[in-house]
Design a protein around this ligand. Sequence first.
Ligand SMILES: O=c1[nH]c(=O)c2[nH]c(=O)[nH]c2[nH]1
Length: 307
Amino acid sequence: MNYGKEKIAVYRTYASSLEGVRTIPESSFDGRDNTLFGLDVRVQVDGEAFLPSFSEGDNSMVVATDSMKNFVLHQAGEYDGATIEGFLEFVGSQFLDTYSQMESIQMSADEIPFEERDVPGENDFEDSGLVFRQSHNESAFGEIYLDRSEDGPVIADHISGVTDIELVKVKGSSFTDYVQDEYTTLPEREDRALHITLDIFWTYAESADALGTDPERYVPAEQVRDIAQVVFHEVDSNSIQDLIYQIGLRVLERFPQLESVSFEANNRTWIQERDLDGDAKVLKEPPRPTGFQQFSMDHSDLEEMSE
Ligand SMILES: O=c1[nH]c(=O)c2[nH]c(=O)[nH]c2[nH]1
């Protein structure tokens, strides 16, 4: 039994900037101004006190989901941190502190990403600082579950992520040596233009590291995204399965503070229509249905690789 509000769009201007994150070789990301911090928030609350609202039509303990929306919007002005997960933990704790009938709360959010635009500067183009456009590319994700304890709200579970990454590698991927039987019609490809969508999720060994209070231990979604594209560039994979495993190893190698990393990939590989001179091809959309790959891994996979 639970209830809540979803699709709460929150826009905060001039939030605290994310500074002091560790840099990694695969990424130029070293922080975020947070001049425009956009989130699509979901709140889900649990508690025995809500049972009568379902079983007896008694709303005396019900916090209207409309009020939850107002609460989230209000707290967006109070949060002084710089991360999605930190915001979710902050708002969730405020909910539990304010409403004793809420026993636990699940707060999640997708980033609504914005990109700063370039304008002419003295010598070169530079960041506007004022004008942004909404990006329809990948976005960061966070989810925090809070329970009550004697010392106040505690993180019972968490997950961070980056979703809707969409990448195409025009050559340097294969798919060969799979089962050949009476059902096989797919031709083997020594080289294919590989088109994938990818959601990547991770958990920290210490959930407090997810909040970004210590930026050195925070894993920015931008860096994980950049690892995915660099590994895609570097590795001549023989399947999406092979590719996501290599990405996972690199993520775990760069971020020892993580407990696990998991993937949901979708195959969107275009179908070759014409083979032209050299590497050139004409390609078309694949028909439905679509293939997917899911995989979870942790540091034991990294240790196996180095043995
Ligand atoms: O990378 C791939 N993995 C598969 O399992 C698969 N199956 C398929 O038809 N194409 C692909 N590509």
